[in-house]
Design a protein around this ligand. Structure first.
Ligand code: ADP
Ligand code: ZN
Ligand code: ZN
Length: 809
């Protein structure tokens, strides 16, 4: 093969295609290799990925450039992974290279930098010394202090960016500076030194005890690491150097990995309960038929044990498994259970790792040393060669959808990957997404349903109580704790049990409601809550654009207690401490968890009973197993109920059920108190009765009536920019263009343009448009045409497009 087809590492629309390069003689290139290629007019060296090989081409051979070389790394994309990448590009409208980057750990990209060299002989140096801006002189001084050389990053660290660029350009033009490109792969493999005996007869003086010890140890344990010699035998460097110089021992360097899972006490395999056995049997049966599974098991039904046994079965067959969890920082327990069962064959992939650690974990998988990968969304791309199973725990979580390009949904990618590689897929949840449950009950996408309706050993479900906050107001209680909740808190504290109190996501409360009767203004067209805009004091529907003035009194009961709703975690903490004396409280929210390890530290403290109460945002409502928590209080369920989102009911049901799942996991039964101004809402009533199926039936009816997913597919376009006028203008243009692209196909609805509910982020104004069609392909087609139009080349605004978003804020 003479020609390689290559995707270049250049993120832009024009270069999003396959390029042909000559393969120089002697260079062994395979499909999937990463290579270095010259690119563009300046022949800048960049990374490229080989996606095909050919022996000839229609292009003129003499015009082809040649591959410059292979980087010193082992980054490789398998043929199956390349298929997946190609599919992602088409499905999520991203560039090839974005899909490739999505599939590789972030830090392994080839890094380009420039080295600047001072041309000491240049006559212009003296010339420069007169009448020139200080920056030029400072740069020259800096270069001289650095021995006449500096890399781009060093200059960046020392000079102001916008001044630097012009100054450097000028210096290069004058011939004072020279610029060279430097390419390097960013990752670094770590090496460790191992010691071997190198002689049959080592003569060691009788009094040299350490030397004797070293020689004996190395003879009985050839290949022992220097680290181990130092740590376990207290043999120092001098002793080693001594025997090395005599030629009695030799040292070999080998690759090592930064992160080997701490060995923890092995958790033994549990004997499955009858229900678990039945579920596992059904799962295996469906797998045999080639179906994928949705496992709906109530909280505490023992799903994790089933996951462990499914993985074990695949390992026995010589295959490998991936387990996705929503957010690794929130699920230390899940990881502990996997590591304790499978030891160092588990690779953990998450954003808290250093770049080196991430690369090492990726390599351990690629080299077949790790056989189980557990991690957040991107672990779906773990480079296994013989993938047997993918398990997605808490499949209903939004974190499985990427918010950055490529805007993929890990559940869809998982399904595609399983289909390509012939692996099994299992989605698990106590509160499956409506879409997944719809697929599983209607046998769409080859999905089948398996359910477990009871907790392990028939442990009772917690008792859920709905408290009507309108009544509290009537009885004169203006505190954020209802009488019932305060009462239950006292009881729990008295029994030395633990309590979790939690509220909505922080800083997101843009609806207006009546404290007296519970009235919330909704859009007459879309059945979602109207969003409050302080500027202009009006309410608007961010799906269809409907708007109305903000009412001064409640349209329903005429009360003036109608206002903007919102309580923060800090206020709950303060009020708690004012109400209950001498109770240790932990708070977990975005403010207390900015540090890398802070989630774990807070959760560990709570687990160790250093505090009786944990107050937090929804992040504490997931997955944890604290056996002494008997009370969960949901301070504000309304912020979920009134999200400006057609999934508000679903999110509320999930949130209540999941947080209720935190109560009563130990031997004592649990209680859950839900405070709300809409106590009759169906998602609360079904959650109270632990009735997922009932909830699903009502919810799916509403979805069908309103023609929301799964009965339709959505496309979401957000236009943002600094200048409000430019954004509004572009949004209107986009609306016209979409209308034109749709033609007279009345199956496709276009909503908006309207301001996004988060109408300003980081000083950027945001407007949005939504497409709705029965078939996904219909949305995709318009999106592709829109994507290919000149529209996206506007300078003042940026446009983001998302197929089937989970979040339209
Ligand atoms: P889920 O993931 O469905 O919420 P878990 O897997 O966390 O449930 O199981 C709930 C509890 O039951 C855990 O403490 C777990 O150790 C325990 N458990 C699970 N399966 C068994 C079993 N077969 N025998 C005994 N205890 C079990
Ligand atoms: Zn009212
Ligand atoms: Zn509307």
């Amino acid at each position: 093969m003479k020609i390689a087809q290559i995707i270049v590492d250049n993120k832009c629309k024009e270069t999003d295609r396959v390029y042909s390069y000559l393969i120089p003689q002697g260079l062994k290139i395979k499909v999937g290799h990463r290579v270095i290629v010259p690119f563009g007019r300046g022949n800048k060296k960049i990374a490229g990925y080989v996606v095909g090989l050919k022996s000839n081409t229609d292009l003129e051979m003499s015009k082809l450039k040649a591959i410059a070389g292979l980087p010193s790394d082992d980054i490789f994309l398998s043929a199956d992974m390349l298929k997946l990448i190609k599919w992602m590009r088409e499905k999520y409208l991203c560039y090839y290279i974005e899909a490739i980057h999505g599939a590789l750990p972030a830090n392994i990209r080839i890094k380009n930098t420039y080295i600047y060299e001072l041309n000491q002989n240049s006559k212009n140096i003296d010339l420069l010394k007169e009448g020139n801006p200080q920056t030029l002189m400072d740069i020259l001084d800096f270069m001289e202090e650095n021995g006449g050389r500096a890399i781009k990053e060093e200059l960046r660290d020392n000079f102001n960016d916008n001044l630097l660029e012009n100054a450097v350009k000028k210096l290069i033009k004058l011939g004072v500076l020279k610029k060279h490109q430097k390419v390097k792969s960013q990752e670094n493999i770590m090496y460790e030194k191992f010691v071997y005996p190198d002689t049959e007869t080592a003569e060691i003086p009788a009094n040299a005890k350490k030397q004797r010890l070293l020689m004996d140890t190395v003879s009985s344990k050839p290949g022992i690491s220097i680290k181990a010699l130092q740590k376990d035998y207290a043999i120092g460097k001098a002793t080693i150097d001594n025997l090395l110089s005599k030629g009695f021992i030799r040292i070999e360097e080998k690759e090592t990995y930064r992160l080997v899972q701490e060995r923890i006490q092995a958790e033994s395999k549990k004997i499955l309960t009858k229900e678990q056995c039945r579920a596992l049997g059904e799962i295996e049966e469906c797998f045999k038929k080639g179906s994928h599974i949705l496992l709906h098991g109530v909280t505490g039904s023992g799903k994790t044990e089933i996951y462990l046994q499914l993985i074990e079965a695949e390992l026995k067959k010589g295959k490998q498994g991936i387990v996705l969890v929503p957010e690794i920082s929130l699920t230390p327990q899940m990881i502990r259970r996997f590591v304790s069962r499978f030891g160092d064959t588990v690779a953990v992939l998450h954003s808290g790792l250093s770049n080196g650690e991430k690369y090492d974990e990726w390599r351990r998988i690629a080299e077949g040393k790790a056989k189980v990968a557990i991690g957040a969304r991107s672990a779906i791309f773990a480079p296994f060669e013989k993938l047997g199973i993918i398990i997605i725990d808490e499949e209903h979580e939004n974190t499985y959808k990427s918010e950055n390009r490529p805007k993929y949904d890990a559940r869809e990618v998982a399904m595609k990957r399983c289909d390509i590689e012939g692996a099994h897929l299992l989605l698990g949840s106590a509160t499956p997404s409506i879409e997944s449950y719809f697929k599983a009950t209607n046998k769409l996408n080859n999905m089948a349903l398996v359910s477990i309706n009871t907790r392990v050993n028939n442990k009772v479900m917690p008792n859920i109580k709905i408290v009507d906050m309108r009544e509290e107001l009537k009885s004169g209680n203006k505190s954020i704790f209802s009488h019932s909740l305060a009462e239950e808190i006292k009881i729990a504290l008295g029994q030395k049990d633990q309590i979790i109190l939690f509220l909505n996501r922080r800083g997101y409360s843009t609806f207006v409601s009546c404290r007296s009767c519970g009235f919330v203004a909704k859009c007459p067209n879309c059945n979602i809550s109207l969003t409050y805009h302080a500027k202009g004091n009006y309410l608007t529907c961010h799906y269809c654009g409907y708007s109305r003035p903000n009412p001064k009194e409640c349209p329903s009961c005429k009360s003036s207690y109608i206002k903007y709703f919102g309580i923060g975690t800090q206020r709950v903490e303060r009020e708690f401490q004012n109400t209950f004396d001498n109770v240790d409280v932990l708070r977990m929210d975005a403010d207390t968890t900015t540090r890398k390890n802070s989630h774990k530290l807070i959760l560990d403290k709570f687990r160790n009973k250093e505090a009786s109460v944990l107050i937090g945002t929804q992040m504490i409502g997931k997955g944890h197993d604290f056996s002494d928590v008997t009370l969960v209080g949901i301070i504000t369920s309304d912020t979920y109920l009134n999200l400006p989102d057609f999934r508000a009911g679903e999110k509320t049901f999930q949130m209540v059920t999941q947080s209720a799942g935190r109560a009563g996991r130990g031997d004592k039964p649990g209680t859950v108190i839900i405070q709300t101004y809409s106590p009759e809402h169906y998602s609360l009533l079904y959650a109270k009765n632990h009735d997922y199926v009932g909830f699903y039936k009502d919810e799916i009816k509403m979805r069908k009536e309103m023609n929301y997913p799964p009965f339709s597919h959505l496309g979401h376009i957000v236009i943002s920019g600094i200048g409000e006028d430019a954004v509004v203008k572009a949004a209107k243009e986009a609306g016209k263009l979409l209308n034109k692209l749709r033609g007279d196909d009345c199956n496709i609805e276009i909503w908006g343009p309207s301001p996004a509910p988060l109408s300003r982020i980081n000083n950027r104004h945001r407007w949005q448009l939504v497409l709705k069609a029965v078939k996904e392909e219909e949305v995709l087609k318009i999106f592709r045409d829109f994507n290919n139009s000149a529209f996206l080349n506007l300078e003042e605004v940026s446009v983001s497009m998302d197929i089937n978003p989970l979040n339209m804020l």
